[in-house]
Design a protein around this ligand. Structure first.
Ligand code: UDP
Ligand code: MG
Length: 346
């Protein structure tokens, strides 16, 4: 299947230690794909799994000609895994779907229908987040409201990575090679007509979520720093206000000393004047540090991931063909270097 096949759909599935659920997942996904008019393929991106996921994927690939597999050289994180999948996925439309069955594959026909009616980005919108914890539910909403207010792009709340992207939307997103990938922001940032399809998000079918609260907090920081420099502005305005306040207070002290004579006791006021601006300075430095650290990571311009092995699947290869040579030795594919065994050994 080539990228120009007008009616082909590729499903990209990032996989990190999902051996427990992959079998059930593929069974449900395959049933849905069987019912589609379009030619479909599935690309499992093994993001450095340490369990039996690789074997399970290999088994699925043997059993279903539509299944391709892409193994990264280590765990690069879900965002990089999705990007790797998007880089390699064929098809006129690409669907991103988690392996843990939290997002029902049965929604795919509806996503495809909306794409057919002219939308480039069709995202699943969670109507019911009972499956998520209380803290996650109550913090998500204010976060997206804040993002909408401070950043220029409108990131839909209640949407995750589950979505269909048209070929041009995929090409736009993979052209953004930033290292700090706040994917939800990137989907929105590229623009194009977007549509929402409501669905109910389930609990994980097995295994466990990799999203600890610490990682969620960092995701929120990522979102803010990737899309707005507002914290830096806030820091400078806070500085202005405190400097102004302290200046006025200074005038008051001078005037009082001149008019009423020397006034030695002043421990409390000194502590306030020293500690308050000091705290604000540290906070401002911290904000600058967050941006500086990210700038440091971006300027290194490292590739987003490395590929260990890539097999597009026997449907894409044409059955009799030998294992593919992905690209000639020494060449690079869109910022990712294929260092895999297949790529080297053919
Ligand atoms: N995932 C991945 N790399 C990682 C972490 C997760 O590819 O480093 C995959 C994981 O296998 C799953 C999807 O990303 O298919 C979503 O992960 P998870 O269920 O932990 O996130 P949540 O659904 O809780 O947001
Ligand atoms: Mg999940």
């Amino acid at each position: 299947m080539s990228r120009t096949d007008a009616s082909s759909i590729a499903v990209v599935v990032p996989v990190h230690n999902e051996a427990a659920v992959l079998g059930d997942f593929h069974a449900r996904l395959a049933a849905v794909l069987d019912g589609l008019e379009e030619t479909a393929s599935v690309l499992y991106v093994n993001d450095g799994s340490t369990d039996a996921s690789a074997d399970v994927i290999a088994g699925l690939s043997r059993g279903d000609p539509r299944v391709g597999s892409l193994a990264l050289s280590r765990n690069f994180g879900k965002e990089a895994a999705i990007t790797a999948g998007l880089d390699h996925a064929p098809g006129e439309a690409v669907i991103i779907l988690d392996a843990d069955l939290q997002d029902p594959p049965e929604l795919i026909p509806e996503l495809v229908a909306r794409w057919r009616s002219g939308f480039d980005v069709v995202y699943g919108q969670r109507t019911d987040r009972r499956a998520d914890s209380w803290l996650k539910r109550t913090t998500a909403e204010p976060f997206y409201r804040l993002m909408q207010r401070t950043g220029r792009v409108r990131i839909p709340s209640q949407a995750g990575d589950y979505r269909l992207l048209s070929r041009r939307a995929v090409d736009a997103i993979v052209s953004l090679r930033e290292h700090h990938r706040f994917m939800k922001g990137l989907y929105a940032w590229v623009g194009y007509p977007q549509a929402a399809v409501p669905y109910t998000r389930e609990s994980r079918a097995g295994g466990e979520s990799k999203w600890t609260y610490w990682r969620l907090w960092n995701l929120a920081l990522e979102g803010i720093t990737s899309f707005t420099a507002a914290p830096l502005k806030i820091a400078s305005y806070l500085g202005l206000v405190t400097a102004g306040g302290v200046f006025v207070y200074g005038l008051v002290i001078i005037a009082r000393t001149l008019l009423m004579g020397r006034d030695v006791p002043g421990y409390a006021s000194i502590m306030v004047v020293v500690l308050f601006p000091g705290g604000i300075q540290l906070m401002a430095l911290g904000a600058i540090g967050e941006y500086l650290g990210r700038t440091f990571n971006e300027v290194k311009r490292r590739p987003l991931y490395f590929v260990d092995t890539y097999d597009p699947g026997s449907q894409a290869r044409g059955d009799a063909a030998p294992l593919p040579i992905i690209n000639p030795p020494g060449s690079t594919v869109r910022g990712s270097r294929e260092t895999g065994r297949i790529a080297r050994g053919g």
